[in-house]
Design a protein around this ligand. Structure first.
Ligand SMILES: Cc1ncc(COP(=O)(O)O)c(C=O)c1O
Length: 454
């Protein structure tokens, strides 16, 4: 692409596109990167410059870009049909994918409701949980509310925002939202109960139990990001926490919704994060990595018990009156099937284990930096929390844009990452090579040094 063509695109981008989660006033030429192509772990811009895709194109890419098996599966599907509706019809890849998802999902999840992004998968989960209590054999109609966690992120649609817990993103919309019960976040580095793991004996679970004990008759479900609160800052739950949540939900007859949108499909080192603690949710939402980072697709899985509550004579109107236009889209389902086949064929999860340890070793030097408060890792999800003062854990003021500055610095050096406030996120494709991991971590290390002036 010529310099002139690039310039024109830059101008048109600034003229026409309103970018998500972006202060457009700050959106300058310096920060503009127009992706033209990609290959493996690399994004390539209109000038031919290559960048390591350090956050898997917003946590979705799994086996790398231009993976030939996925490319081919989509093209094969294009030659058959690209889209027909799932409302009243079915299609080949959607059926095969639903069967495959049930076979790999945590035990007990037996039905698949397709949608097209993480937020819709969560909306579907919330509505199903709500409606389940209204119309199951022994209805409990007062069970209409939800529990979620501080620092939770479940998407940007209003239901998902209602169960969100990040003030910066969610507070503006409060008048539009339904009320939820909020429990403490298992954010050990900044424990709101001022305790330390493991001496705390998971005191945050006691606090959660108090809320449940008092209100369980009004609570339909608890929604949680299993093992890692992603957008909240890559907050890894302490061992035993997720299992404890499951135990409490069962004790108080509260459905457990596992939002595996970010952590699903190998991100944490297991196919689903719930597997780390042998947890079986009642409802599970998946999206992001489901198509290997190719096409928008999501699914909400439920147990048979939940599904059965929606069956009845038509006139009873127990139907789940919900559906998105592109639900079960063939191209996306074909991509997802190919993605899951690669997991098996290439033994991707087995191979990932050594890479996870390698990444852990590469992260060790970061902990010595004077402005790094904590380095958190679960599988291939990493959060490096920058702090103004390591001793007091005083955060950098958000206005200082420390995370964004590190990101810009990394970009100059050939790495694309995206921070969460003061937390630098690394989440490369699972297929990244050891050499590329070296480059990624070295560039991010240097960028932090440069910006913090360590
Ligand atoms: C845990 C979790 N749930 C839901 C979502 C929303 O997904 P989407 O952006 O596809 O709507 C996200 C997105 O980051 C997420 O991390």
């Amino acid at each position: 692409m010529t310099k002139k063509e690039t310039k024109q695109l830059e101008q048109d981008d600034k003229h026409y596109i309103w970018h998500p989660f972006t202060q457009m006033k700050d959106y300058t030429e310096e920060t503009l990167l127009i992706v033209k192509r990609a290959k493996g772990s690399y994004l390539i811009d209109t000038n031919g410059k290559r960048y390591i895709d350090g956050v898997s194109s917003l946590w979705v890419n799994i086996h790398g870009h231009r993976k030939k098996e996925i490319d081919r599966a989509i093209m094969r599907q294009v030659r058959q049909v690209s889209h027909s509706t799932l409302l009243g019809l079915s299609n080949v890849p959607a059926i095969k994918l639903a069967k495959k998802l049930v076979s790999i999902a945590p035990r007990g999840l037996s039905r698949v409701f397709f949608s097209d992004n993480g937020s819709t998968a969560v909306e579907v989960a919330l509505k199903i949980a709500f409606q389940y209590w209204q119309q199951r054999p022994h209805p409990q109609k007062e069970k209409t509310r939800f529990i979620s966690l501080k620092n939770a992120y479940h998407g940007d649609t209003l239901g998902a925002v209602s169960v969100g817990g990040i003030d910066l993103f969610h507070e503006t919309y409060r008048p539009l939202l339904f009320k939820t019960y909020q429990a403490a976040s298992p954010y050990c580095y900044r424990c709101s109960l001022k305790k330390r793991y493991p001496e705390c004996s998971l005191a945050c679970l006691n606090q959660l139990e108090k809320v449940m004990k008092k209100n369980h008759q009004k609570i339909a479900a608890m929604i949680i990001e299993p093992e890692v609160q992603g957008a909240g800052g890559m907050l890894m739950s302490p061992p035993g926490y997720l299992k404890g949540v499951r135990r409490l939900c069962s004790r108080y007859s509260i459905l457990l919704i596992a939002d595996e949108v970010a952590v699903g499909f190998g991100r944490t080192g297991r196919m689903f994060a719930c597997e780390h603690e042998g947890v079986h949710p009642d409802i599970m939402a998946v999206a992001k990595g489901i198509t290997g980072g190719y096409l928008p697709l999501a699914a909400t899985l439920t147990t048979e018990e939940v599904y059965q509550a929606f069956l009845g004579e038509y006139r009873e109107f127990k139907t789940f009156f919900h559906g998105h236009t592109y639900t079960g889209n063939q191209l996306a389902c074909a991509a997802a099937l190919a993605n899951l086949e690669i997991f098996e064929k290439e033994k991707a999860l087995q191979k990932l284990q050594a890479k996870i340890s390698y990444l852990g070793n590469k992260l060790r030097p970061f902990t010595a930096l004077s402005n790094v408060g904590e380095v958190r890792q679960k599988g291939f999800m990493v959060g490096i929390e920058l702090v103004k003062d390591r001793k007091t854990k005083e955060p950098y003021p958000l206005e200082g844009k420390i995370g964004i500055r590190v990101t810009n610095e990394a970009r100059k050096r050939g790495v694309v990452i995206r921070p969460l406030g003061n937390v630098i996120v690394l989440m490369p494709p699972l297929s990244i090579s050891y050499r590329e991991l070296n480059t990624l971590t070295e560039i991010v290390y240097k960028s932090i040094l440069e910006v913090t002036g360590d």
